[in-house]
Design a protein around this ligand. Structure first.
Ligand code: SF4
Length: 383
């Protein structure tokens, strides 16, 4: 695992949000006075730990709301990061909420070499945005998009959410059409989930809203068909791109290569370990200042773990998995008898297609991807 033949990604977590969306389970907080400076200083300490003999191919800034930082702070963070990289990354994405997009920020990002702006639109319907607790309105989406277009980034992504309570299929169709009309080369679509400790989860627990799985299936299927007909190829269950515009950073992660996370709550998979930084600004900063940064939920990786995760995440991608190649890559993965039985059964049930030595989920299989992933883990744990 710890060899230089794998590609290396860098994820930077910007943990600040102006308010909390009703569905959000990410680590984020409202910045208090002085937090930003302390955060930027500690990020600089974390960047100093990046490998000095190995190039980072892809960078992703997520959050939180990275776009909440002022232009000068985005520049400080970006320049400090670039100073520590062996060479500029081939891809550099940043998430921006529509209400945070400003021309001066975009100019700084473009100048530093950012290649993709990913905007969390979620919906074009004001009522649905309200019910998600989002701060923006459709007018701000269009204004932000105009600025992004003017700045001229090579890649753009729009995030959409579906199966929102009270959302109709017609509204979902309209959201996709409106997103595609803007002409991004990438669209991500996420089924609304109800994570614990979110405002939506509380409503669910109180019986004010309910989950309807059959309804969710219709949203999935309609969305997939529509995006395909609009020229966006599904390359992962939630991700669609024009040719050549898939997000390399995410592909690197799903292919179980290596990545380093910087910032509170960021996860790393690097040099045979998987771990997370504390999801707390003060704990993370103290770790950085001590020179011995905290690694939480540390897992020593072995071939079996990486093989299993490669199958689980590989099946979510359109490219699917090649079991023999994966066994060759992770020779210590062990006995796979149960996995082969499972795969044969999934092929018989038409949830999985076998094309030469490659396995890919069928449409029906994609709808059951989470359950199939659990079965893969069970099969590998049982042998
Ligand atoms: S902007 Fe993103 S990270 Fe912040 S609260 Fe909303 S969903 Fe969560």
């Amino acid at each position: 695992m710890s060899n230089n033949s794998t590609s290396l990604g860098l994820y930077c977590h910007v943990p600040f949000c102006a308010s909390t969306c009703d569905f959000c389970a990410f680590y984020q907080e409202k910045p208090r006075r002085g937090d930003l400076d302390r955060y930027l200083d500690a990020m600089n300490l974390e960047f100093a730990l990046l490998p000095k003999d190995r190039a980072v191919e892809t960078v992703f800034w997520g959050g939180g709301t990275p776009g909440l930082l002022a232009a000068k702070d985005l520049e400080r963070l970006g320049r400090n990061m670039l100073d520590r990289l062996v060479q500029p990354p081939v891809e550099w994405s940043i998430e921006m909420a529509p209400s945070t997009v400003k021309a001066d920020k975009l100019a700084v990002l473009k100048d530093m070499g950012v290649t993709r702006i990913s905007m969390g639109v979620q919906s074009f319907h004001p009522g649905l945005l309200d019910s998600l607790g989002r701060l923006h309105n459709p007018k701000q989406i269009y204004k932000a998009w105009e600025l992004i277009q003017e700045a001229g980034f090579p890649q753009t992504n729009l995030d959409l959410i579906f199966a929102i309570p009270n959302q109709s299929l017609e509204q979902w169709e309209q959201d996709i059409n409106k997103a595609a009309d803007l002409g991004p080369n990438h669209i991500s679509t996420y089924c609304l989930t109800f994570e614990e400790d979110t405002a939506l989860y509380v409503k669910l627990a109180k019986g004010q809203i309910r989950i309807d799985e059959e309804r969710e299936v219709r949203f999935y299927e309609n969305g997939w068909q529509q995006l395909e007909s609009l020229g966006y190829q599904q390359y992962e269950i939630s991700n669609f791109a024009r040719p050549g515009s898939a997000c390399l950073h995410n592909l690197n992660t799903w292919r179980m290569q290596e990545w380093i996370g910087c910032g509170p709550s960021s996860a790393s998979q690097y040099e045979g370990e998987r771990y997370q930084r504390p999801a707390n600004l003060d704990h993370w900063i103290n770790g950085m200042l001590s020179g011995d940064p905290l690694k939480e939920e540390k897992l020593i990786l072995d071939d079996r773990i990486l093989f299993t995760d490669s199958v689980v995440f590989g099946l979510r991608m359109d490219e699917g998995i090649h079991l023999e190649k994966l066994s060759g890559r992770f020779p210590g993965a062990g006995n796979m008898e149960k996995l082969h039985c499972l795969v044969d059964r999934l092929v018989r049930e038409k949830l999985l297609y076998k094309e030469a030595a490659n396995y890919r989920l069928s449409g029906k299989g994609k709808l059951l991807a989470d359950a199939i992933g659990s079965e893969v883990i069970e099969a590998m744990d049982a042998t």
